[in-house]
Design a protein around this ligand. Structure first.
Ligand code: ATP
Length: 240
């Protein structure tokens, strides 16, 4: 049998005020899966992620995280259900070093201390570039390094599902590719990753499955390997 999904959206309807932005979005992310959410600007990708986190008014449909209904819960309770959110604007608190960021995340995980330390070591294996910067102010690192810290915090917290919203925006292509490979590795270790990405080409290369949103509905979904091999589909959906 299929493992229980870490994320299930079923017919989600979401609004900004009177604007009906998501008009029935359904998707799933399983453990060990990297799922790409694609679509042109304004399609509703960020709104989907914010709906999961309880940051947008959801007035229909269901959202389950690791089996738990989260519609109507505030963001911190969604986080407690195992969901890590890495938003577009990564913002580090000024004055905190990378090490302090990680220590706070470890404390928040409420795990025993040896496990906290092991989680930090694991993150440094995934993001070895951070090791030389552990004692620097995280808000002064490069954009790519800050994104690594943001993802690292979510991993150290022990989250099972990561929602990653356009974290490669504005980064040099090689740094973006590094981050992508690291997210792939995170998924390979058993977490679920929902990746919103402007660079559809890169997302498609990393993903197991793909959902394409347009005007608040899923207009296409499928297996990434099959879609990569289908030039007609690529031309229709990726030259947005
Ligand atoms: P982008 O790549 O531009 O972030 P997106 O697919 O993430 O695109 P959303 O940000 O989810 O799109 O936006 C979906 C729709 O909701 C758009 O029509 C947008 O104008 C609208 N919208 C987004 N944020 C708000 C808001 N705070 N108030 C009102 N409407 C909003």
């Amino acid at each position: 049998a299929e493992p229980r999904p870490l994320l299930e959206l079923d017919g989600v309807q979401a609004y900004y005020g009177l604007a009906h932005v998501l008009q029935g979005v359904s998707l799933t992310v399983g453990p060990g899966e990297l799922v790409a959410l694609l679509g042109r600007n304004g399609a509703g990708k960020t709104t989907t992620v914010r709906s999961i986190m309880g940051l947008v008014s959801v007035r229909g449909g269901r959202i389950r995280c690791d089996g738990r209904d989260v519609v109507g819960l505030p963001a911190e309770q969604v986080a407690r259900a195992g969901v890590g959110y890495v938003p577009e604007d990564r913002r580090m608190f000024p004055g905190l070093t990378v090490r302090e960021n990680f220590r706070l995340a470890a404390l928040g995980s409420r795990r025993p201390r040896p496990q906290q330390q092991a989680a930090v070591r694991r993150v440094l294996e995934v993001f070895p570039q951070l090791e030389p910067h552990l004692d620097r102010d995280a808000s002064r690192l490069s954009g790519g390094q800050q994104q690594m810290v943001a993802v690292g915090r979510a991993l150290i917290c022990g989250q099972k599902l990561l929602l990653v919203d356009e974290i490669t925006q504005g980064l040099a292509p090689n740094i973006a590719a590094d981050l992508g490979r690291m997210l792939r590795r995170v998924a390979d270790e058993g977490l679920g990753v929902l990746l919103v990405e402007q660079n559809s080409q890169m997302a498609l290369e990393l993903a197991d499955r793909v959902f394409v949103l347009d005007q608040g509905v899923v207009v296409h979904s499928g297996d990434a390997a099959a879609l990569r091999a289908d030039p007609t589909w690529m031309a229709q959906h990726l030259q947005l």
